[in-house]
Design a protein around this ligand. Sequence first.
Ligand SMILES: Cc1ncc(COP(=O)(O)O)c(C=O)c1O
Length: 359
Amino acid sequence: MLLLNPGPVTLSERVRRSLLSPDLCHRESEFYDLQDALRARLLATHDLDPADWQAVLLTASGTAAVESMVASLVPTDGRVLVVENGVYGERIAQICARYQVPHERLTGAWLAAPDVAAIAARLDADRARAPFTHLAVVHHETTTGRLNDLTALSRVCRTRDVQLLVDGVSSFGAEAIDFSDRSLSAVAATANKCLHGVPGAAFVIVRRERLAQAVSRTFYLDLGRLAQLQDQRGTPFTPAVHAYYALLEALKEHADGGGWPARHARYAEFAEQVRAGLSALGIEPLLPPGESSVVLRAYHLPSGMSYATLHDALKADGFVIYAGQGDLSKTLFRVSTMGNVTADDLRRLIASFTRLAAR
Ligand SMILES: Cc1ncc(COP(=O)(O)O)c(C=O)c1O
């Protein structure tokens, strides 16, 4: 079965084999070597200086990394403006609400790009009374496949001394993230999407100076404590050792293949192959390619066909696609080309769609 859902991904044999690595006690030096290697490799994906940045590991899914970032990095006297144009932007606001992190939501239409002028105006409007200290945004809003424009958003933040917190769960490793931008404080992400590891390992890449001001609103997800212990070759809880093995191998494979730019290029080719194949069958993407990530595209369901019919027919041929979320489930389906996918696999996918269209 080929997974074309947005993670977990179809594993390469190399990563799958790493799951058979020796059993390891997490209180032994071998585990801390693994943890150190992982943290170094995560920083190396973007040539980040460990003196300035820290990769903090969590045994959890991507949501936990986002939760840890938001709950730990906004000080008690801070205030977050949350940019929402999909499910995952809404989730950041839900996390803020749950931890009583002072925040406002800037809610946009799910099909639209964030309104950068409106964001700037909102940041400016509250400047004198209760200034926003942080802007939180999803990089790739997996709900629709839209790639939110981090460059424009960080420009707005930089000129206003606002820190940017990024949910990079479905973009890290394949879409550009400019870590040299001073406004960027942290990016939360996971092993089992663009990095091609397995579920169970997530991480936050955070500026050390921002960690110095971290607060402790949560026990398990306390980013400051996790960072401190990991720096001392420690861990507070039992980590998902095998997910860590897999992430290390996945990061080696990522680097061997040319790092994130090469992965970006590979995904872009695959996304275009699928778009062109579906377009020939009259199935069109939701967003123009220039607005979409290379990681995942949302498409309009063929007229008269339910998602369930499409999903089941493709699954019978060995492909798992993904439904739209919320109201979009009635009109859209999504295809991601992350993981151990080849151009041949995608030719077979289009052939499967073609057979279905001819029924
Ligand atoms: C952008 C984004 N953020 C957060 C998540 C949540 O990740 P998880 O399901 O690993 O908790 C996802 C999952 O698809 C996502 O795409």
